[in-house]
Write a protein that binds this ligand. Sequence first.
Ligand SMILES: Nc1nc2c(ncn2[C@@H]2O[C@H](COP(=O)(O)OP(=O)(O)O)[C@@H](O)[C@H]2O)c(=O)[nH]1
Ligand SMILES: [Mg+2]
Length: 338
Amino acid sequence: MTLDIVELKRKIIVAPKSSSELFEKAVRECKKAPNPGIKNRLEKIKRKNIDCINRSLQFLRRKLTQIYARSPYIDKLHPFYRELAYLLIDTDEYKLCMSRLRSSQRIIEKIARESIHGIRLAQTERDVIKAKKMFFGRTFSVLNTLDKCFKIVRNSQLEILRFPEVNVNDTTVVIAGAPNVGKSSLLKAISRAKPEIKPYPFTTKNVIIGHIISGDKRIQLIDTPGLLDTPLSEKNRIETQAILAMKHLASLILFIVDPTETCGFPLDFQKRVHDEIAENFKEINLYVVLNKGDLMTQEHYKNYLEIFGKEPYEIVSALKGTNIDRLKLKLLGEIQQL
Ligand SMILES: Nc1nc2c(ncn2[C@@H]2O[C@H](COP(=O)(O)OP(=O)(O)O)[C@@H](O)[C@H]2O)c(=O)[nH]1
Ligand SMILES: [Mg+2]
């Protein structure tokens, strides 16, 4: 089972805006070191400064680890999210930066060890302060070289946090079809609870998610207003790729047709949309559902058969609720075969 996207998002600790922000916090941690209750002045200063370095080191170690260990591995993402990630973020830079955070943490640990060693050997107060300054000076340089990485990682993380939350482990039925054919009405009629609205990357559009639940069987239904309702060839490249990422998600596509054409789109346009989707989602079964059965005449049906050239998977009326339960049972039956 792939880790749930909600869980992945919850784990993310967003990288700081800049390296100086992190450095300043590390210096603040150092200043929290209390005065040790020792008489010998040199020993006292040594202890305090070692404590200071350790506090800063622990802080930086924690922060850096949090960023790289709690951010998702792109290649371990579910293919749907992996494809979106490759579209949305510079994954090469992201990966490179993650490993740089890791190695920089080790370098800072080494600097700390050397500085602490220097403090232990120090003969004078000045030598102690010099060793401490060495720690902060070198740490600052290391963090400085990470500045660009913090920005890259931060932006990537913010993109990932905007990924649509779909359940990749559920059987997924994607609903397609021209505008106004009744996709949303059907989703509402067939779903158990109120559908959830989720934004879709690269578009100003949302997807709407509903569920059919029967015993231990779950089907996730995705309505795609504005995405799979017009020919893909009329969309820009990125938007098309983002839509095509759905092929990693969809177990089957329900293509809704309005044979009455009251949707405002003639059947030959609806067929064009159908053919483009079928062409682009070759590996996925596509079933035609005729909607608005309540308005459909013999004439409409004949016209449909002529243009589509195949019997529909089901004829329903989302408005009247006709054959909705039958469609639901058929879909639940499909799960076994998927
Ligand atoms: N007569 C009739 N109208 C329907 C049916 N399903 C949807 N509609 C109407 O068709 C219009 C578009 O429906 P909608 O679900 O928004 O279509 P979408 O754009 O494909 O999501 C609305 O006015 C619905 O009330 C149906 O089965 N019969
Ligand atoms: Mg709609």
